[in-house]
Write a protein that binds this ligand. Sequence first.
Ligand SMILES: *Cc1c(COP(=O)(O)O)cnc(C)c1O
Length: 356
Amino acid sequence: MKREYPCVEVNLGKITHNTREIVKLCSTKGIHVVGVTKVFCAKKPVVKAMLNGGLEIVGDSRIENLKRLEEFKCRKLLLRIPMESHAAEVVKYSDISLNSEIETIKRLSKAAKRASKIHNVILMIDMGDLREGVLERDVIDLVKEIISLENIKLAGIGTNLTCYGGVIPDGNNLGKLVMIKKEIKDKIGYEIPIVSGGNSSSLYAVMNGTIPDGINQLRIGEAIVLGRETSFGKDVPGCYKDSFTLKGEIIEIKEKPSVPIGTIGMDAFGQTPHFEDRGIIKRAIVALGRQDIVSEGLTPLDKQVNILGASSDHLLLDITNSCNLYKVGDIVDFNMDYGCLLRAMTSPYVKKYYVD
Ligand SMILES: *Cc1c(COP(=O)(O)O)cnc(C)c1O
């Protein structure tokens, strides 16, 4: 099949393998994994590959993505706190949602009643990262209110760390989450089934054995997709780091100076650029730009190629030192970090191909 560029090539076998490794690692600690699909827009072949790795539940931040996955029989979890205005869709397309606003949960209750469904809610508690979640001191009152609502089941408590504030999950904050579960049991007599202890950053604590007992769910995206935990960026043992490869086509190669000629003002994005004079260099332009990628998050697979910069539609490479004799029309491969992968997968200009 003739390919179009730029494209992302996804190795589905590697996704299945990584999922299996992470499910196995977590199961040694009694932890269930929610496979998070948002970074690849819940593309069906990748979701299927994840499910083949032994997952029973997938999570996404967008209800539109979960709606597209209706044909998949697994359970579905909505990660982003729902918009009140989406209550009916949330109840229809997800089995469980993360929540922090009682008014929204009341709307979900009404929508669930109308649909004759029970909707599961995980109450998010802010353990210090300062993104979503209620404060600890409000938990008991909220739990009382939530368990009184019709067609709502309080399925768990959870937290999210290392997203806004960069707070590392540890025995202190995750330990406290487990304590809150005990407190709810002691004060109200309600047994909380799920304690959802965060995202790929919590995997580090699983890897070194410090994850507190009682955490029984993690919501994992990046570690499955890129093979690394996100507290310290350490590799997850046995996982592939190259499941996703970005490919772009060279449209120009010229020997030109390394420093622009003329008075230097602002670049296309309002920044004043700086240049190191390395004389004449061999430069390649790849038909890829900020509409498709985050250039800072790209790593060429050819170690002798350096990225000079990018504008909306052009990626500039220094290929002076490469052993490859690049020519116009050649394809250059890159690894991507999380932010770049997110951009590439959401860009309508980047084609997606799947290999086994
Ligand atoms: C994105 C997200 C996750 C998964 O994060 P990764 O770092 O990709 O593992 C987990 N929980 C919530 C609430 C999220 O928004």
